[in-house]
Design a protein around this ligand. Structure first.
Ligand code: FAD
Length: 382
């Protein structure tokens, strides 16, 4: 029997890795199986749009993987046993020689979670969308978290539902990771959208009435949305793989687990060394390159291919402010803001192009390879 490669998760990182591996291992006896809990690819970058009521194109994994030699297996992964080299998915054991782990992340856990909504996963974004659909004029939506996702969620809802009262609470200052010009544009955009901002506040817990701050005061909210970061899928931490305190798999520069060399981890699931001696941040910007790297190093190990020389670096941080405005902050290789930034329609087109290129790359192997067409049809939600 050939070398059996089991890949878990068909997100940005997993699809990049699967398609690349299919190309690099064409003609070998390696068997590549990609396990995912749904039959379509979710554009997670756009989940704030989904929460705000927009319908996204649907991309079938069968189409995106056609002609790659990668076999798709739709099942929910329950556990990984690294000693037996077995994954359990929908109750069925699946053996592997090499595992590529890319189960992504969801919203960071919040206290009193029953009172908190989220846009971090497809399921939670659809639930939030349902709640927002039922919201009456004047209801207060409070987004907690001033990172990129929190900003995008607040702006998208405020633009789509101007009859709601939208607020954002952040422990820092609004846009404090942007250069002054970009920050001023962000502030102007928030003011235009009528978003009330609470800066320098720490939310301790939630009740039905809203968010309770560290000093005991209450920020009233009918709908509180948590956007304080992402937490990796907990399956890795329970598997015996070496993980960090958050549960990300600790990997080397080749995306190989430092505790189990037959396991690669990619995307949000991996704690990978990044530029400037800092780990890569959970993002699509670093997730796709980690998939590319893992595929290249794995193909080098089992088929004698030349290992990739790509170094992951950052170029930008992009923040959509609804559909008509955006801020693009250009950054150094190690993710520190540079002087250059874009705003307004140019920034909107830039961000839109990035989202499209990500999906486009799944239908057109980069830099060379098979060409195919991503089948897209409009369906409600994701
Ligand atoms: C609203 C929002 C906006 C964002 N905007 C940006 C942005 O502008 N730029 C940027 O760089 N990043 C952005 N991100 C972050 C980015 O989406 C993630 O970092 C990226 O999706 C990580 O890719 P991944 O492949 O590791 O995981 P994911 O894309 O989460 O994919 C994981 C895959 O695993 C599958 N899966 C999960 N659990 C199981 C299981 N138990 N069994 C089987 N399959 C499973 C999922 O269905 C999915 O297909 C944003 C995120 C959100 C929520």
């Amino acid at each position: 029997m050939g070398h059996r490669i089991l890949m878990l998760g068909a997100g940005y990182a997993g699809l990049t890795a699967a398609r690349r591996l299919g190309t690099l291992l064409r003609g070998t006896d390696a068997e590549i199986v990609l396990v995912n809990d749904r039959t379509d690819f979710v554009e997670r970058l756009r989940l704030h749009q989904v929460a705000a009521g927009q319908d996204l194109p649907r991309y079938e994994l069968a189409e995106l993987l056609r002609g790659t030699g990668v076999r798709r297996h739709c099942a929910r992964v329950e556990s990984v046993d690294v000693d037996r080299r077995t994954v359990t998915a929908d109750g069925e054991p699946l053996a592997y020689d090499t595992l590529v782990y890319g189960l992504g992340s969801s919203g960071a856990p919040m206290p009193d979670a029953e009172h908190v909504w989220s846009a971090a996963s497809p399921v939670s974004a659809m639930r939030l969308r349902g709640r927002l659909t039922r919201a009456a004029a004047g209801e207060r939506v409070l987004v907690v978290g001033g990172g990129l996702t929190g900003l995008e969620v607040a702006a998208e809802i405020a633009e789509a539902r101007p009859e709601l009262s939208v607020a954002l609470a952040t422990s820092g200052g609004l846009g404090d990771r942007l250069v002054p010009g970009a920050r001023a544009h962000l502030r102007k955009g928030f003011a235009r959208l009528g978003i009330e901002v609470f800066e320098g506040v720490r939310v301790e817990r939630f009740t039905e009435a809203g968010a309770i701050l560290a000093d005991g005061s209450v920020v009233a909210a009918d709908i509180a949305i948590g956007a304080t970061g992402f937490a990796p899928n907990p399956i890795a931490a329970a598997s015996g793989l070496e993980v960090d305190g958050r549960g990300q798999v600790v990997v080397d520069a080749a995306m190989r687990s430092v505790s189990h060399p037959e396991v690669f981890a990619i995307g949000d699931a991996a704690l990978a060394p990044g530029p400037g001696d800092r780990p890569l941040r959970m993002s699509c910007s670093s997730g796709m390159p980690t998939g590319w790297l893992a595929a290249g190093h794995l193909a080098a190990a089992i088929a004698g291919r030349r290992p990739p020389t790509l170094r992951v670096r950052y170029f930008h941080q992009t923040i959509s402010l609804g559909r008509r405005d955006a801020v693009v902050q250009f950054v150094t290789a190690d993710d520190r803001p540079r002087r250059a930034y874009l705003t307004g329609p140019v920034a909107v087109r830039y961000k839109e192009a990035l989202c499209r290129v990500a999906v486009w790359s799944f239908a057109h192997d980069l830099p060379a390879g098979r060409r195919g067409t991503a089948a897209a049809q409009r369906v409600p939600g994701v």
